[in-house]
Design a binder for this molecule. Structure first.
Ligand code: GLY
Length: 440
């Protein structure tokens, strides 16, 4: 089949790698792609958000399957747009996309279908928001202030004191820092704990989790520094054993699927449940309706099943009943970011050492790179993802960090503890992943 992946980041490169390994996939196109995806997929350089151009391209090239990478394409209705074409789209429709594009909708959805989550309030007036924030601070010692709409990963402020909470609320509701995305807010009980990401394939009838993963939001070692789009990830998660996965299926994934069905959503794609381990058990912090970045780089490196076939069967409402097939061991992805990230990013810095990293056995996914005058240079905040596999998590982590150290560019930023500690503040070391932790 002919597959088009939409987007140009590290996640899209990892999707292309996994689709390239799929026997079912004969032709791969990347719109617009990046210098890394161009090694295996044909780059077609237009903005996939230009839906007129996209529809024409898909028709003309007789694309069988379209895989959008980012939430913005889904929120703009890419699946609805192509619904009448002879092309399968591995993504939910715009209505179902509200599970990610409206945090208020998602919180209320979880309440309706009994999915465990932190206590929350939806507010759109200053006085009400301040009152609630005060209550949350005194009851829980902190409050998460979340913009309702899509805010490019910048819409959440964690406040442990009144001043921070008040400022965040004011910036969103009065100063309109996030435009309309911040007209409404979700205030949430603050919970400190380890977070895990569950990516699950959905065909409308079944929900099939991939290996559990953890990503690291903080810029610096020890989970310190500012929040980023993600500085690394690993899979599977040692403490997320069979029993925990069963609990996740029963208490989170199945009720979510029942909700999707009851709301009449057309959801054929991937659901990402961001969970936190709290004293009350696992709670859902957020849903996304697309693959996570950089979780995808780690998780798909371990997938042995044919991803193209899985995606197409999900689109047709018939995911195969057999369990997915995974490589043994673990995968760790270390992100290399450019100078200034996350506040800004540095462009045009020459990148060296890619072959040295690959010779060390690592996979390198491109995110913010471009070729200028025949030279690979930085072109964004997150530049590359370096993923290594190993028989256990610690050995995968050693390999990934060692390979990542071989890549050099001016101002490079990377963490040295991905896969070696958990992702909460004050996280302790994590043990090796054994086969007993495999997800069936
Ligand atoms: N890794 C977090 C995300 O993709 O939203």
């Amino acid at each position: 089949m002919k597959v088009a992946v939409l987007g140009s980041g590290g996640r899209e490169h990892a999707l292309i790698r996994a689709l390239w390994r799929s026997k079912s996939v004969e032709h791969l196109v990347s719109i617009p792609g990046n210098p890394g995806t161009a090694e295996t997929a044909k780059s077609v350089c237009f903005d996939p958000g230009d839906f007129d151009a996209l529809r024409k391209f898909v028709r003309k090239e007789r694309i069988d399957l379209v895989v959008p990478g980012s939430e913005s394409l889904i929120a703009a209705g890419v699946a609805d747009l192509l619904a009448r074409e002879a092309t399968a789209v591995f993504a939910p429709d715009k209505e179902a996309g509200k599970l990610e594009s409206s945090k208020a909708f998602a919180s209320e959805f979880r309440t309706r279908y009994g999915v465990p989550q932190p206590r929350y309030a939806v507010v759109d007036r200053m006085d009400e928001a301040l009152d609630k924030a005060r209550d949350f601070l005194s009851e829980f010692g902190g409050v998460a202030v979340k913009a309702d709409g899509l805010a490019a990963g910048k819409g959440v402020v964690v406040a442990r004191d009144w001043e921070t909470a008040r400022k965040a609320i004011r910036e969103a509701l009065v100063d309109r820092r996030f435009g309309n995305a911040g007209r409404k807010l979700v205030l949430e009980e603050l919970i400190d704990g380890e977070e895990i990401s569950i990516l699950a394939l959905v065909d409308g009838v079944r929900i099939v989790p991939l290996l559990p993963s953890q990503d690291y939001k903080k810029l610096r070692h020890g989970n310190t520094g500012p929040n980023t789009g993600g500085m690394g990830a690993y899979a599977p998660v040692p403490w997320c054993d069979h029993r925990t996965m069963d609990e996740i299926r029963q208490t989170i994934l199945e009720p979510t699927l029942r909700g999707i069905q009851a709301e009449g959503f057309r959801f054929r794609g991937v659901l990402y449940a961001g969970l936190i381990l709290s004293p009350r058990g696992l709670l859902v912090l957020e849903y996304n309706v697309r693959f996570g970045d950089p979780e995808t780089q780690a998780v798909l490196s371990l997938l042995e099943s044919d991803l193209g076939e899985l995606m197409l069967s999900a689109c047709r409402g018939s995911l195969p009943p057999e369990p997915l097939s995974w490589k043994d061991g673990a995968a760790v992805c270390v992100i290399l970011a450019s100078a200034g990230y996350p506040r800004s990013s540095s462009h045009g810095d020459p990148i060296d050492g890619l072959s040295a990293a690959q010779n060390a056995g690592a996979i390198v996914d491109h995110a913010g790179t471009k070729i200028v005058g025949g030279r690979l240079v930085t072109a964004g905040g997150r530049v590359l993802g370096v993923t290594a596999l190993g028989p256990d998590l610690l050995r995968a982590a050693d390999r990934a960090h060692e390979a990542a150290a071989r890549i050099l560019f001016h101002g490079k930023q990377m963490r040295n503890d991905i896969g070696r500690v958990g992702n909460s503040q004050g996280a302790s070391k994590i043990g090796p992943v054994g086969s007993r932790n495999r997800v069936p």
